[in-house]
Design a protein around this ligand. Structure first.
Ligand code: PEP
Ligand code: MN
Length: 263
């Protein structure tokens, strides 16, 4: 169903007036984790100011270690709704349990399925029954074929509003957290009709090469970019090393706008 051969026309997903996949690109920014109302509101205000419409923020955090911050859970989803309503933003947040799809519909606009859950088939089926769009992240060691099959699990259940996002894969390279597979963008665009985005934060794990990576993604045909932004990254409860502070984000955003690659 997701194959370009089945449907030659691009799937365009409307995020409350922001189309994704129709030839214009979308910028998704926000903290790795929702940590507090004030933290989220500070980021939201900065995004609003910069003209960004879509905010990310994790409430259920699938952390590698069980001792790390696990997220605020439902409280975090409620904060996302409150802040998004205040600033007129669209929200994306990860859902990790099939039983939480209705909660997602109640409080957020887009369900993110994380890299670690790309092949959590019960979760994919549940997302396929949800009424809101799904942003599916590529698994840390998933082939593009496996990635596309995972998307098919969602679409076959009836939810056709699926966006794919390349977030880096694991290789032997250590200078980046993961290896940004830029070829995934044209290949996924060629093989499927779904919108394809690139997460420049998790793919690099760095702050100093985000502009060239964003430009590469856009030049390769990406429909959107995701980046992590935190008011005070040093104190962040997750992914402190890769999150931009607000001035750094504004500089990146200005660089992207001036590149002429963002339409
Ligand atoms: C995230 O976007 O917050 C996240 C956990 O990313 P990933 O699933 O790609 O590791
Ligand atoms: Mn993160």
């Amino acid at each position: 169903l997701v194959s370009r051969k089945k449907q030659p026309k691009n799937t365009v997903i409307d995020l409350k007036g922001t189309p994704v996949g129709g030839g214009t690109q979308v910028m998704v920014a926000g903290p790795c984790s929702v940590e507090s109302y004030d933290q989220l509101r500070t980021v939201a205000a900065a995004l609003k100011q910069a003209g960004i419409k879509v905010m990310r923020g994790g409430a259920f955090k699938p952390r590698t270690s069980p001792y790390d911050f696990q997220g605020l859970g439902v409280e975090g989803l409620k904060m996302l709704k409150e802040v998004a309503d205040e600033f007129g933003l669209v929200t994306i947040s990860e859902i990790v349990h099939p039983d939480h799809m209705e909660l997602a519909e109640q409080y957020i606009d887009v369900i993110q399925i994380g890299a670690r859950n790309m092949q959590n088939f019960e979760l994919l089926k549940a997302a396929g029954e949800a009424k809101i769009p799904v942003l599916l992240k590529r698994g840390i060691a998933a082939t593009l074929e496996e990635f596309v099959h995972a998307a098919e699990y969602i679409v076959v259940k009836g939810n056709t509003k699926v966006m794919l996002i390349e977030r880096g894969i694991r290789t032997y390279e250590k200078w980046t957290r993961n290896t940004l597979d830029i070829s995934a963008v044209p290949l996924l665009k060629q093989e499927t009709h779904l919108p394809v985005m690139v997460d420049i934060s998790h793919s690099t794990g760095r702050k100093d090469i985000l502009l060239p990576c964003a430009k590469a993604a856009l030049a390769a045909g990406a429909d959107g970019i995701m980046v992590e932004v935190h008011p005070d990254p040093q104190t962040a409860l997750s992914d402190a090393a890769q999150q931009l502070d607000i001035p750094q984000f504004e500089q990146l955003w200005s660089g992207i706008l001036h590149s002429g690659l963002f339409h």
